[in-house]
Design a protein around this ligand. Structure first.
Ligand code: ADP
Length: 224
């Protein structure tokens, strides 16, 4: 069955709806690309799916639980435990090394420093950035920084990885390398990936594409 299912999502910030009847579903371990032009509602869809934004109408169910019925505390626990996030700009903490950045989600979940850093080191290895573990984000390239952000997003063993334009700040060669590593690592970890992008070359790494237009999403499961 589906891991995450959204039906009839509507969300407005002003007179024009950002989401105007969006359906979406993803199975465990699947990589789905959410495509569409700028301003079509892709990020709003992702934020609703991840329980960051509350839709005005419609439902989001994760593992059978309706997100809107959960307490704020339970919803944040879900985000910290079951979900991982990668954004366009890695949003690494500048004062921490790449290793410390990668270990941070585990530290926040109460894992001891030594264990957290050992697991973080394995993920940096997996993303082929072990060599820069002791550098700060300001001392690494954009592509290396995004690989660290991917390592950090997977270190807690999430079931769903939300990636919003993860290669948007990279040139196409680095972007493709990051996508290859991200999708391989997520598949190894059996994490589903919700990938927001407007670039067909990036979407090509997905199993399936969902197109958002004017806030309406067409989930093409079983169609193509
Ligand atoms: P996309 O990710 O496809 O570029 P978004 O979901 O970011 O689209 O935005 C959809 C529409 O909602 C746009 O018109 C955008 O300006 C508007 N919007 C998104 N987030 C906000 C917000 N926090 N406040 C006001 N308007 C927003």
């Amino acid at each position: 069955g589906s891991l995450l299912v959204a039906e009839g999502l509507r969300k407005s910030y002003g007179p024009t709806p950002a989401l105007d009847g969006a359906d979406f579903s993803i199975h465990a371990g699947e990589v789905v690309a959410v495509m569409g032009p700028s301003g079509s509602g892709k990020s709003t869809l992702l934020h609703c799916l991840a329980g960051i934004v509350r839709p005005d109408a419609g439902s989001v169910r994760y593992g059978g639980q309706e997100l809107s019925t959960l307490s704020d505390a339970r919803r944040s626990a879900l985000r910290r435990g079951e979900f991982g996030f990668v954004f366009q700009f890695g949003q690494l903490v500048p004062e921490l090394t790449c290793l410390e950045n990668t270990a941070l989600p585990l530290r926040l979940n109460g894992v001891r420093r030594k264990d957290a850093e050992a697991r973080a080191a394995q993920w940096l290895e997996r993303l082929e950035v072990a060599a820069i573990a002791d550098r700060r984000p300001g001392e690494v390239s954009g592509g290396q920084g995004q690989r660290v952000a991917v390592a950090r997003s997977l270190v807690t063993g999430p079931r769903v990885l939300f990636a919003d334009e993860p290669t948007g700040a990279l040139d196409s060669l680095n972007g493709e390398r990051v996508m290859q590593l991200l999708t391989d690592a997520a598949r190894d970890a059996n994490a589903a990936v919700v990938l927001v992008t407007h670039e067909p070359r990036v979407a090509a790494y997905s199993d399936r594409e969902v197109v958002v237009r004017d806030g309406k999403a067409r989930d093409m499961a079983g169609v193509g």
